[in-house]
Write a protein that binds this ligand. Structure first.
Ligand code: SF4
Length: 296
């Protein structure tokens, strides 16, 4: 078995201390052109027997465990009944359990009834991580996300209405040079409409084996330079205007400039930091370079 054959288990950075319980393997959508995470994994739903066995094994060693992340890419594709049954087993085995979280694909959220989401919240689902990626319809279509910007807004609002915290991710550079302006302003529009609990900004990494990499190689997708990426971030931030506090993080290893704060409170400071880097880039060798942080 080579390292490429091994199954990598993905989780958000903030779930580093959680028990990662794979209730599915892979992603049932698995069509986003930029995403390499589950490209070589056939989507599977794990049986209750397998899941229960893993829960019991973990409970044997860590009965005081407090956090669980339900993997893989879109755990909410499972029926609400199955999710509730899994959560019940978790509570029965981990009496100190205080938070259950998972990734939620927008299509799966849209298919859940509001009362399903409320039932999941009452059973302990505290945070859903939603990959918004872009708020621009053209970009969403190009990347095969499978939903429109307005559907993304509805999905995000549904999560919050059920009392579940919503952590959204967007990707700088996802529209390439062609759509950078629309990507920036329309992503800001979607974030404003959702007003998520958290917003994480990542920078596009172009991975081998993805349709996006092919498009780059064929000259059909022109990635942003570091400076263009910073200009896009500036435009996005300028247009974000949330009414309720939103924790802002742009400190993923993929980002050229690490930033964090709370929107809208810290918007002026964040913009000033971006401006400072733009000034620095004018004189720097990174100015025209493509920042492709794929080794993380
Ligand atoms: S929905 Fe998420 S995990 Fe699935 S292909 Fe798209 S980005 Fe990757």
């Amino acid at each position: 078995m080579t390292i490429e054959d091994r199954e990598v288990v993905y989780r958000p950075p903030s779930e580093a201390k959680s028990f990662i319980l794979r209730i599915t393997k892979g992603c049932s959508h698995n069509k986003c052109t930029f995403c390499a995470m589950y490209r070589n994994i056939r989507f599977q739903v794990r049986s209750m027997e397998e899941i229960e066995k893993e829960i019991k094994q973990m409970a044997h060693y860590y009965p005081g465990l407090r956090r669980v992340f339900l993997a893989d890419g879109n755990a909410l594709v499972l029926s609400t009944d199955k999710l509730l049954a899994i959560m019940e087993k978790l509570h029965a085995n981990f009496p100190m359990l205080s938070r259950i979280t998972c990734y939620g694909a927008p299509k799966d959220i849209l298919q859940k009834k509001p009362e399903d989401l409320v039932a999941l919240q009452e059973a302990g689902l505290k945070i859903i991580y939603l990959g918004v990626e872009s708020g621009d319809d053209r970009v969403l279509s190009e990347i095969n996300k499978g939903v429109t910007a307005n559907e993304m807004i509805t999905a995000g609002q549904k999560v919050l209405a059920a009392g579940i915290k919503l952590s959204t991710m967007v990707i700088l550079g996802l529209g390439g040079q062609q759509y950078t302006h629309n990507h920036a302003i329309n992503t800001a529009r979607v974030i404003n409409a959702i007003n998520p609990t958290m917003l994480g900004v990542l920078t596009l990494a172009i991975f081998d084996g993805t349709p996006l990499k092919e498009a780059v190689d064929q000259g059909k997708f022109l990635p942003l330079s570091t400076r263009e990426g910073m200009l896009e971030l500036k435009e996005m931030l300028e247009n974000i205007d949330v009414q309720q506090p939103c924790i802002f993080r742009c400190n993923h290893v993929s980002n050229f400039l690490p930033l964090k704060g709370v929107l809208s409170r810290d918007k002026a400071q964040l913009l000033s930091d971006v401006q400072e880097v733009l000034e620095f880039l004018k004189e720097s060798r990174y100015n025209q370079e493509i920042f492709n942080p794929k080794h993380f």
